[in-house]
Ligand binder design. Structure first.
Ligand code: MBD
Ligand code: FE
Length: 293
């Protein structure tokens, strides 16, 4: 056992060895995988990981750091969340998979990433009700219409809505809140419409207290998402649509640089007008100051 001197550079300054023999061996170990798709995905992952570590001459310390980082990301942090979804989001992988799955159906509203804050089975709400739970914010009257690809109304669609409060927190991040707020389940009426009161969404920093936040800080990235409201829409005979609507004129909408929405979720056709209004609301509710559609 002949050991290198302490302080010798990893790799000893020599060329990166060809590890093709090792890669081929590992790929061959999956030869018996019965499901061809599973075989394709796992063997290609192995090839690319091997390429990654050899192309970058990754050291044991660096790989250990990566493993520790992923381990931390997989642990439950402050709320009911672990951060794998968030990690996939800030690396743009969620958005890429979303685009691959959903961007090839013409004449439909584009989808957008689900994000970490959807909760199964939100509380059922009546048309015209207020989902803000009385939280402060600019009152917002939403009037949306669910249609099929030919523009025909889709009645009885299940429409789940969720958003953050004025400070950018979702209810699940606020332990002092009593029950779910700023999330609800509606059913579209005979015209496919859904109407409700909420508050205007604001730009929002993704959680910064965990490993993903540390990665953003260490790489000089900002944590902000553009102001958005989430929707999940299901109707018999139609594909499910998970999407978000963004407030036109809001910050972090730029899709042409790396400084826009930190999870790369904005699509230009999902940026819509949230128009300031004054005076009586459409349902007669008295609104103090501005409200937006
Ligand atoms: C969010 O609110 C969100 O919608 C996404 C996609 C990622 C992090 C926080
Ligand atoms: Fe969100």
């Amino acid at each position: 056992l002949r050991q290198a001197w302490h302080g010798t550079r990893p790799g000893g300054g020599r060329a990166v060895p060809d590890l093709g023999w090792l890669t081929r061996q590992v790929v061959a170990s999956f030869d018996q995988t019965p499901d061809p798709r599973a075989k394709q995905l796992v063997t290609d992952l192995v090839r690319r990981l091997h390429h990654y570590v050899t192309a970058n001459d990754v050291t044991q310390d660096e790989w250990q750091y990566a493993i520790d980082f992923l381990t931390r990301a997989g642990h439950i942090t402050t709320d009911t969340r672990q951060e794998f979804v968030l990690l996939s989001d800030v690396l743009g992988v969620s958005s890429a998979v979303d685009l691959l799955t959903n961007s090839r159906t013409p004449d439909t509203t584009p989808s957008a990433v689900l994000g970490p804050f959807y909760v199964e089975g939100p509380p059922a709400a009546e048309h015209g009700s207020d989902i803000s739970g009385g939280l402060p914010g600019t009152p917002m009257w939403a009037d949306i219409r669910v249609t099929g690809p030919d523009g025909e109304p889709v009645p009885d669609a299940v429409v789940d809505v969720w958003q953050s409060n004025e400070d950018g927190y979702y209810d699940v991040q606020l332990p002092d809140l009593d029950g779910p707020v700023l999330r609800a389940r509606f059913r579209s009426d005979a015209d496919g419409r859904v109407r409700f009161w909420s508050i205007l969404p604001k730009e929002y920093p993704i959680p910064e207290d965990g490993p993903v936040g540390q990665m953003l800080a260490a790489t000089g990235r900002h944590p902000w998402r553009a102001p958005h409201v989430h929707f999940m829409i299901k109707a018999p005979g139609h594909q499910q649509l998970i999407t978000q609507l963004f407030v036109r004129g809001g910050p972090y909408l730029d899709t042409s640089s790396g400084r826009g929405d930190t999870v790369f979720g904005v699509k230009d056709s999902l940026v819509v007008d949230f128009v300031p209004r004054h005076g009586p609301a459409p349902d007669g509710r008295a609104v103090d100051g501005e409200w937006r559609l």
